[in-house]
Design a protein around this ligand. Structure first.
Ligand code: PBG
Length: 316
């Protein structure tokens, strides 16, 4: 009766890595219990978690081929559009969120178009290798419409590209997808905790890092500024990422805005708990559930977590 926060399956969103091929369920070594799935295998797993009461999934794609523009992301036959269509066909009630970023699809591993001499949009006043913000917006809009056409319920831009929410909203509305929501990775930090993800999604940057566009972990006021911009641009759900090391940010966002707030317990947070548990230093189940409860207590209405499937079992 007096417990203030109760974790439920309905709070959780499970991320999936989807790759081409059939009958593939390839373990990710730095994320025990997580896999790269081919679409056919993914479908049966999504059916299982739907029965568990998990309401939503978020998809990350590993394409057959990468190029300078990340064209698989806006190809209607690309890996994520194919996965979205398959899920919507077999489990229509599952909320499908599409992570909208280019780093998994570009050969250079950055989250958009890179300033390169001789290539389109080259700007001689900017350094080589600089991420070109505005030309990237055009591609984000185009890819978002393709994912919406495939059946995505929510588009989740994760690249911290300035203007990404407004650009995607405009593109979706113009294409008739007024009902498709935007979950913005509004305050996303340039975090070392993404390490295992980059193996899982095969998306490490081939040069430099993501500090041009992701936030400095030292900054809190800047997070509120970034979030305010996304609210003004029409975001429907605000996300803070990572989760546990940034509970103060999450709490501030929750208190400042009346929009649903999400937190992403990222790959490194998951890997850390697993690694310590494998050594016998931490109790896996208790540590995971305590972390998720703390994230909800700090203000998350929903949590993206690789623990979702196990956590639902443990809650029982
Ligand atoms: C793509 C993206 C990343 C994550 C989610 N979307 C990687 C990154 O920004 O480098 C990280 C998720 C995780 O670590 O679990 N931009």
């Amino acid at each position: 009766m007096v417990q203030e926060v109760v974790l439920t399956p309905a709070d959780l969103i499970l991320p999936f890595f989807v790759r081409p091929g059939v009958n593939i369920r390839a373990p990710i070594s730095s994320m025990p219990g997580q896999f790269q799935w081919s679409v056919d295998q993914l479908i049966s797993e999504v059916e299982t978690i739907a029965h568990q009461g998990i309401p939503a999934v978020i998809l990350f794609g590993i394409p057959v081929a990468k190029d300078a523009l990340g064209s698989d992301n806006y190809d209607p036959a690309g890996i994520v559009p194919r996965a979205i269509r398959a899920i919507k066909q077999s489990v229509p009630e599952m909320v499908v969120i599409s992570d909208m970023c280019f780093c998994e699809y570009t050969d250079h591993g950055h989250c958009g178009i890179i300033n390169t001499p001789g290539r389109s949009h080259f700007n001689p006043h900017l350094p080589e290798g600089y991420l070109l913000n505005d030309p990237t917006l055009e591609l984000l809009g185009r890819a978002s419409v393709v994912h919406a056409q495939a059946g995505a319920d929510i588009i989740a831009p994760s690249g911290m590209i300035d203007g990404m929410v407004a650009g995607i909203r405009l593109a979706l509305d113009e294409a008739g997808f007024h009902h498709v929501s935007i979950m913005s990775y509004a305050a996303k930090y340039a975090s070392a905790f993404y390490g295992p993800f980059r193996e899982a999604a095969e998306s490490p940057p081939s040069f430099g890092d993501r500090r041009q566009y992701q936030m400095d972990p030292a900054n809190r006021r800047e997070a509120l500024k970034e979030v305010a911009i996304d609210v003004a641009e029409g975001a429907d759900i605000l996300m803070v990422k990572p989760a546990l090391p940034y509970l103060d940010i999450l709490s501030a966002v929750r208190r400042t805005y009346n929009l649903p707030t999400a937190a992403y317990q990222v790959s490194g947070e998951y890997a850390m708990i697993h690694a310590a548990a494998a050594n016998g230093w931490l109790d896996l189940q208790r540590t995971a559930l305590e972390s998720l409860t703390a994230i909800k207590r700090a203000g998350a209405d929903m949590i993206l977590t690789y623990f979702a499937k196990d956590a639902v079992e443990w809650m029982r």
